[in-house]
Design a protein around this ligand. Structure first.
Ligand code: SF4
Length: 355
């Protein structure tokens, strides 16, 4: 599960940065290739390579969401791209043609952009996440970035950080001063789905146990049932996941739970077929949505959301449950209300965000 690169490819421009120094200290025997600029390559990985580069773009971006559907409005704090966990459905396979994990080392630029952003919108609630283009904690044992980020957000009255992961690499969070401004989140699926579609990620029990430990350390936690996948006995299997969730963590400490059924741009389909021929996720019927993404039929999506919503509400009436990238009418049928009736999805999550 732990990512141990067999080779580091590092741009000379970031040789002296603290991030590169930390990675080299953790991996003193790993071969390093120093380059002027990392080349863009395509195709599957043939070895465990970690690239460390100077990022020349914006570290903060609004979550791309998807046009025509209701978006949660959070900000991506972009610290690197790609992931070694190899989920069959991972959208990053088509987003980024380069096969290798890549870290951005010019963190001074990141801190500056973050301070500028927060300073320009002082009166707003800011929800940041680092888990959009990579797994938030996958490389933490090499970078120790959470030890910088968590205390930073602890000092920002109007901001929170969401760390989204499918790992159990939470050790470094134990002693950090978070003051409730970091939410640690896991995506959940039944054991069978994890075995077939998320094979390199951790088991359901391990994810829930890591969440329990984070609660013990005072963190609020979150869960993402995303992607919800149709498979034989999906109703019973998701019922079992929810039951194990409630028997492991205290629902009163859950900041939010999102639900989202499988969706993908058509360009991802041939990639899944080629890289994961054993995967069964494409065996269902799909229709193109208003944003061009392929989705299950609407009735099936509503059925899945209703099922999960009822189970979750039965366990804890007060849970904040939202749908990821769905329309108002699906919200109404599945959850019984539209975000608009409660001030909009951004406002709902903003109210939940601050401790
Ligand atoms: S854990 Fe997330 S980022 Fe990593 S492969 Fe799976 S879906 Fe992609």
């Amino acid at each position: 599960m732990r990512f141990r690169p067999e080779k580091l490819v590092i741009e000379e421009a970031v040789a002296e940065t603290s991030l590169v120094q930390r990675v080299l200290a953790v991996l003193p025997h790993t071969p390093v290739i120093w380059v002027g600029r990392v080349k863009e390559t395509k195709g599957p990985r043939d070895e465990q390579v970690l690239e460390i580069v100077k990022f020349r773009g914006r570290f903060i971006k609004p979550c791309p969401g998807t046009r025509s559907y209701i978006c949660c409005g959070y900000q991506i704090l972009n610290l690197g791209i790609k992931c070694s966990l190899g989920c069959t459905y991972c959208i990053l396979q088509s987003y980024f043609p380069s096969p290798n994990l890549r870290l951005f080392a010019n963190l001074e630029d990141m801190w500056q952009q973050l301070r500028d952003h927060l300073g320009s919108f002082r009166n707003r609630v800011h929800r940041f996440g680092t888990g959009e283009f990579t797994d938030s904690l996958l490389l933490d044992p090499l970078t120790h970035l959470s030890a910088d980020l968590v205390p930073f957000f602890a000092g920002e009255a109007n901001a929170i950080l969401e760390l989204k992961t499918k790992t159990t690499q939470v050790e470094s969070l134990e002693t950090l001063n978070h003051r409730g401004h970091t939410v640690v989140a896991w995506s959940l699926n039944p054991d069978g789905v994890i075995a077939s579609e998320e094979a390199a990620a951790t088991s359901l029990d391990d994810r829930l146990e890591a969440a329990r430990r984070c609660q013990e350390w005072g963190y609020r936690i979150a869960f993402h049932f995303d992607p919800l996948l149709v498979h034989p006995n999906w109703q019973q299997n998701y019922t079992e996941v929810v039951s194990r969730l409630f028997s492991t963590v205290d629902p009163r400490g859950i900041a939010w739970i999102s639900l989202g059924t499988l969706r993908f741009m058509p360009a991802l389909k041939p990639i899944i077929q080629q890289r994961h021929p054993e995967s069964t996720i494409l065996h269902e019927e799909f229709v193109p949505g208003l944003d061009g993404k392929m989705r299950y039929f609407r009735d099936l999506r509503v059925e899945m959301y209703r099922h999960l919503n009822e189970l979750l509400k039965k366990g804890c009436e007060d849970l904040c449950i939202y749908l990821c990238m769905e329309s108002e009418d699906v919200w109404t049928e599945a959850l019984g209300f539209t975000p608009e009736e409660r001030g909009g999805l951004c406002a709902i999550l903003d109210r939940q965000a601050l401790p």
